[in-house]
Ligand binder design. Structure first.
Ligand code: ADP
Ligand code: MG
Length: 394
C-alpha cells in the first residue's frame, strides 16, 4: 500500500502538492474549472493540518517562448483563491531566489502556486525528461511530496517521479480515489461486469480490449472501434473509419470470445467527416452508398441496454459516436442516459468519453469519472504507473 497524505504529520511542514490544474483557458479565461475543483480536497486537508502548501502543476505544452504567454498558471491562481477562500500567492517562476524566498517566508496554512512546471521544458525538456537536477531542486524546497495529479502518473516527469525520488512521498485523495476505482473496483468487479469501448484509436484500444475481454463478462463495442470488428465479420463499412492492420486481431477476438463481444447493429452516417451535413440511418450489415458511419442507432442502444441493465459493474472508455458533432451525439448521450438508470457501479475512463459525459451533464451521476485519459487506460491494462511506483510504501 502506498502512503497517503494522511500518513504524514503536516504541522508546519512545507508540503509540495503536485496537482493537475491543466484546465482549458482562452484569452485568459478558464473555460472549465473541473480539474481545479477536483484538487481542492487534498489542498484543504493540508490547510486544515497546518501545512505550508506549495502547489505544482503543468498547463498545456511548452515548445516556445510564445507558449509561455498563453500557458501561464496565473488565471488558475485567481480561481483557486476564490474556491479556497484565501489569497493564493502566485510565483511566476519555476526556480530561483524569488520562489525560494516566498517559500521561506511562508506561514502555516498559506498556499503558493508555482508557475507551470513545463516552463522548464523550453528549451531543454527538463520537466518532461525527468531531469535529475530539476527533481532534486524542487524536492529541496519542501519536506514532503504529495502526488495528486493522476493524469500524468503514466509519465516520468521531474515534478512527479523526480521529486518523489528525493523526499518522503505520498498520494493525495484524488489519486487515491482513482487507484481505488480503476484498480480494486475493476479488478474484483461485482458481476456481471460489462465493458463499453468506443472512440477512434484502434492501436491503443485493442490492447485494452485484449486485457479486459478476459476479465469482463461482456464487451460492448461502439464508435470507430466497432467498425474494425464489423469489417472483420465481413461487412462492407464503405467510407467508415476502421483500422486495416487490426482486422486479423479483431477476427481472432470474435472467434475466441464470440459470446462476450457485442457489436452494434445499426447506426447513423454521413458522406464526410463533418457536422451539419446529411444524417442517414442504416443497418450495419447493409451500409449503402459511400456512407461513413459516425454514430450508433436506436436498435443498438436497445441491445446494449439489455446488458447494461443486468450489469453490476461497468467500465466505459471512448464515445460510441462522434459526440463532438451535434448530428452524431445521439448514441453517446443515450448511453449516458441508460448508464445513469443502471444500478451498477459505473466508472468512466478516457479523455473524450469523460469530457462528453461531463458536457452532457452527468458529472455527479456516476460512481467515478477518471481525470486521467492515458493514465487510466495504462492502469486498467495492468501497467505500472511510474509516478505511483516511486511513492513510499506504508
Ligand atoms: P477516449 O479519449 O475517451 O479514450 P478516443 O480518444 O479513443 O476516446 O476517441 C475519441 C474520438 O473518437 C472522438 O474524437 C470521436 O469523434 C471519435 N469517434 C467516435 N466514433 C467514431 C466513428 N464512428 N468514426 C470516427 N470517429 C469516431
Ligand atoms: Mg481521446
Amino acid at each position: 500500500m502506498k502512503k497517503t497524505i494522511e500518513d504524514y504529520d503536516l504541522n508546519n511542514k512545507k508540503v509540495i502538492i503536485r496537482c493537475d490544474l491543466n484546465v482549458p483557458i482562452k484569452d485568459g479565461k478558464i473555460l472549465d474549472d473541473n480539474r481545479i475543483k477536483e484538487s481542492l480536497k487534498t489542498i484543504k486537508y493540508a490547510m486544515d493540518h497546518n501545512a505550508k502548501i506549495i502547489i505544482l502543476s503543468h498547463l498545456g505544452r511548452i515548445k516556445s517562448e510564445e507558449d509561455k504567454i498563453t500557458n501561464t498558471l496565473s488565471p488558475v491562481a485567481n480561481r483557486l483563491s476564490k474556491l479556497l477562500g484565501i489569497k493564493v500567492k502566485f510565483i511566476d517562476k519555476t526556480r530561483g531566489t524569488v520562489l525560494e524566498k516566498a517559500i521561506n517566508d511562508m506561514k502555516a496554512k498559506e498556499v503558493i502556486l508555482v508557475q507551470n512546471t513545463r516552463f522548464e521544458d523550453f528549451p531543454n525538456k527538463l520537466e518532461s525528461s525527468n531531469n535529475n537536477e530539476l527533481g532534486k531542486y524542487w524536492a529541496s524546497l519542501a519536506d514532503i511530496y504529495i502526488n495528486d495529479a493522476f493524469g500524468t502518473c503514466h509519465r516520468s516527469h521531474a515534478s512527479n517521479v523526480g521529486i518523489a525520488n528525493n523526499i518522503p512521498s505520498g498520494i493525495g485523495f484524488l489519486v487515491e480515489k482513482e487507484l481505488k476505482m480503476l484498480g480494486d473496483r475493476l479488478n474484483k468487479p461485482s458481476r456481471p461486469y460489462v465493458v463499453i469501448i468506443g472512440g477512434a484509436k484502434m492501436n491503443d484500444k485493442i490492447k485494452v480490449i485484449d486485457k479486459l475481454i478476459k476479465k469482463a463478462d461482456y464487451v460492448l463495442l461502439g464508435g470507430g472501434i466497432a467498425n474494425t470488428f464489423l469489417v472483420a465479420k465481413g461487412f462492407d463499412m464503405k467510407a467508415s473509419l476502421y483500422d486495416e492492420q487490426s482486422i486479423d486481431h479483431a477476427k481472432y477476438l470474435i472467434d475466441n470470445y464470440s459470446n462476450k463481444i457485442i457489436l452494434p447493429v445499426d447506426g447513423y452516417g454521413s458522406y464526410s467527416y463533418k457536422d451539419s451535413e446529411v444524417k442517414k440511418y442504416c443497418f450495419l450489415d447493409n451500409v449503402y452508398d459511400s456512407l461513413m458511419i459516425l454514430d450508433i442507432g436506436p436498435k443498438t442502444i436497445e441491445l446494449f441496454s439489455k446488458y447494461i441493465k443486468r450489469a453490476k459493474t461497468i467500465f466505459w472508455n471512448g464515445p460510441v459516436g462522434v459526440s463532438e458533432f451535434h448530428n452524431f451525439e445521439y448514441g453517446t448521450k443515450k448511453m449516458c442516459e441508460v448508464l445513469k438508470e443502471s444500478k451498477a457501479c459505473v466508472v468512466i475512463g478516457g479523455g473524450d468519453s469523460a469530457a462528453a459525459a461531463i458536457r452532457f451533464g452527468y458529472k455527479q451521476k456516476f460512481e467515478h469519472i477518471s481525470t486521467g485519459g492515458g493514465a487510466s487506460l495504462e492502469y486498467i491494462e495492468g501497467n505500472p504507473l511510474p509516478a505511483i511506483e516511486i511513492i513510499d510504501e506504508k
